[in-house]
Design a protein around this ligand. Structure first.
Ligand SMILES: Nc1nc2c(ncn2[C@@H]2O[C@H](COP(=O)(O)OP(=O)(O)OP(=O)(O)O)[C@@H](O)[C@H]2O)c(=O)[nH]1
Ligand SMILES: [Mg+2]
Length: 368
């Protein structure tokens, strides 16, 4: 028996066919508008129908300063990789499906505790729940960065992985278009800003199709109809990702291959070998960089010289560091003395608005 989702998909196809063959003129205008609205409605229902199958209660504790998920097909070398970049032992074997649950480990880099998840291999139709796919995708969704582990001899698997993620409305390495929605009690739909590239009529119909009749909407970037539906219904997920091209010890010309692959798919690619432990320093550095974090060091004003590392987001200021150190601390901060990459000279006195850089050493000075 076809599932509810399949029935809806069938219905959607028919509506789209009808839409495509109906000519756009004054007579058909109303009919087309109705159809568009129905199409938007059905798309939402399809997502709803699919939701239950891939969002079953699954929870993994996040610790550390940031999290990274290793995603790849079986036998790509995810477990071999986590074993050489993090403090964990995950079973590896020459056969597929060696890893059956999520194995967390911690990678220490520049004093940041980066939690890494080794995961079961993803396979085609994972989004439908095949082969533990639900668990993997649910953990991947909550990670700050995805590292796709790809066997250099199986490059085609990358596109399949992307397809699986796209089926779940996960978009890789794209900035989420900025959309503001204000719910109203009455007043109908008002479109204040529209830089979407979509006609206002379509936006109106999508909103109505999704059951939103009184809204003020502003869209500040280009979006497709599907993206708009996905964002308004709250399910669009945007994630950062890079590729670890593994098993480069088995081929020659790995660097060239990695750079071609990178250009083709517009994604950062790091050639590595988990077995020979090559390329790992670069991989760690790019993981850290893509997480958008910096490490700064706090130096007490008096007493011992021990530096305390603190992890902050890129662009963080002295004020942010003080707040992170202690919520009450920021209020009584007079200034800070800094040395390091963001300082003009050693022991520079700066205010709370000063923007920090990785490697800075900070001493807070509080008001008396
Ligand atoms: N030559 C070579 N073999 C590797 C490398 N990394 C992993 N392997 C081998 O590939 C096989 C699979 O490795 P695993 O680390 O178990 O792969 P996995 O991605 O964790 O697989 P699943 O848990 O089944 O999803 C093992 O036989 C590894 O020894 C590598 O860099 N070079
Ligand atoms: Mg494994």
């Amino acid at each position: 028996m076809p599932s509810k989702k399949e029935l809806l998909e069938e219905k959607l196809k028919e509506m789209q066919k009808e839409y495509d063959k109906t000519q756009d003129n004054k007579k058909t205008n109303y009919h087309l508008g109705q159809l568009r609205s129905k199409i938007a409605h059905t798309k939402k229902a399809i997502v709803e129908a699919g939701k239950r199958t891939h969002l079953e209660g699954f929870y993994i504790k996040k610790t550390g300063d940031a999290t990274v998920a290793l995603v790849g097909f079986p036998s790509a070398g995810k477990s071999s990789l986590i074993n050489v970049i993090a403090n964990t032992r995950s079973k590896t074997a020459a056969y597929a499906f060696t890893t059956t649950k999520i194995i967390p480990g911690t990678m220490l880099y520049k004093d940041a505790h980066i939690q890494v998840f080794d995961m079961p291999g993803l396979i085609e139709d994972a989004h439908l729940g095949v082969g533990g796919g639900r668990m993997v995708i649910s953990a991947a969704k909550s990670a700050d960065l995805i590292v796709f582990v790809i066997d250099v001899n199986q490059l085609h698997q990358f596109e399949k992985l992307l397809k699986e993620l796209n089926a779940l409305e996960i978009t890789i390495n794209k900035k989420k278009p900025y959309i503001q929605l204000v719910d109203q009690i009455t007043g109908g739909i008002k479109i204040e800003v529209n830089k979407s590239g979509l006609p206002e009529e379509d936006i109106r119909e999508i909103l109505i199709g999704l059951g939103n009749h009184n809204y003020i909407i502003s869209i500040w970037g280009k979006v497709t109809e599907d993206e708009l539906i996905s964002i308004i219904s709250g399910r669009a997920i945007y994630l950062r990702a890079i590729v670890a091209l593994n098993k480069t010890d088995t081929i020659t010309g790995a660097d060239k291959l990695a750079s071609d692959f990178s250009k083709k798919h517009n994604i950062e690619v790091l050639p590595i070998s988990a077995t020979n432990q090559t390329g790992l320093v670069q991989l760690k550095e790019r993981i850290y960089e893509n997480l958008g974090i910096i490490t700064v060091y706090l130096k007490p004003r008096t007493g011992e010289e021990r530096l305390m590392p603190m992890i902050l987001g890129k662009g963080a200021t002295i004020g942010d560091a003080a707040k992170k150190f202690h919520t009450s601390f920021a209020d009584s901060l007079e200034c800070a003395i800094i040395s390091g990459p963001s300082a003009k000279f050693s022991n520079q006195k700066v205010g709370e608005a000063h923007v920090l850089a990785g490697g800075d050493i900070i001493t807070f000075i509080r008001e008396k």
